[in-house]
Design a protein around this ligand. Sequence first.
Ligand code: ASP
Length: 449
Amino acid sequence: MEQSPTKLSLTVKIFIGMIAGIIIGALLQAVTDDSGDLTFSVFGYPVSTYAVLVDGIFHVIGQIFINSLKMLVVPLVFVSLVCGIMNLSEPSKLGRLGGKSVLLYVGTTALAITLAIFMAIVVAPGEGTEFETELTYAAKEAPGIAQVFIDIFPDNPFKSFSEGKMLQVIVFAVLFGIAIAMSGESGKRLGSLFEDLNTVIMKLVTILMNLAPWGVFALMAKLFAKVDISEIINIAKYFFLVLVVLIIHATVSYSILLKLLTGLNPIILFRKMRDAALFAFSTASSSATLPVTMETATKKLGVNNSVASFTVPLGSTINMDGTAIMQGVATVFIAQYYQVDLSTGDYLMVVLTATLASVGTAGVPGVGLIMLAMVLNQVNLPVEGIALIIGVDRLLDMTRTAVNVTGDCMVACVVSNSENELDKKVFYDLDAGVKEEEVDFEQFERGSK
Ligand code: ASP
């Protein structure tokens, strides 16, 4: 079949879906009447726009999209990590990979929150902020630090799979991969089955990515039909400060770190992160974005699967720089609002708690606020303060999730480069992985004949 000369790339299509969703959602919100709905009549029956479009069609398509991404996460992580581990050339490499990844993830998160606290002290977003609303926020219980470490080890792998406990899946996959590598002929046979499974699951990722423009459209349309943008005005200083720090960390800190540690050009990293960042932005979940982050790391950035399969899923769980930034600014904001002076020791406590808290919490929407409750508790600030910022949190969540996944890929590049497992040709090839993203659905028809 002849290719249309104006064929748009997947990134552009997703971007168009996102913008169209934002516009349609905002328009729907604008035309909605005071009672909160716009009704029209079909054969004399009143039909509600919200029921049909926002809570109906958009909600259903958006949820199906998120569910299909999540559906891939556990099989993808398990299979690709087993492949990665069984192909490790030397066993000691595993320890090095783990050590470097954790160090970089924890280090960048600590840097992110320190930067956030520093900027928030300078800008003082909470001074002079007044609210008329009564503040209430029921904090959900955050896990204790000891439990966080115990929970890394699964007592039942099937339970870990079904509950999507990523760190537990990682531990099981690592052990399983080691056992395959040590099992001689049986290991080889099973290993080649895993290699084939990996190819098929990656294909499934690209198939689903092709449906993303519609999924992203539906998610954005629903969100912008509901979100109350006026909330931003109340706490504009807080909102824009978090945004500015997120942008500084993603562009300046990551560029410096990548350049210093690998010599690679950061602009290329940012260009190649576009798909994953758009997914992260619209789903607000680094877990749901994981299939796309993995695809980006391996096919576009040239990170070898033996590193990517370990470092990227680990990052989607333990690396939340964007989240830490929100927590740093929020803590200072809440302290200023309640006129509580925090000491240097308190700030250090905030850095430590927020960094450790991000280890045990999955990358799902809104989890940053739950962790914030834990941070506030540590320094005796009122948890109700979260009610001040909750109204704008979804918008910030989307942005910080994009930063979180960019951090995952930056660290994956650094770790793989240090192990000589980064294919620089792929990294610098701007078209790498782009062709594979296009799914030839006719191939399916041909194949089934
Ligand atoms: N939504 C974020 C993520 O998935 C976590 C958060 O900041 O709430 O990475």
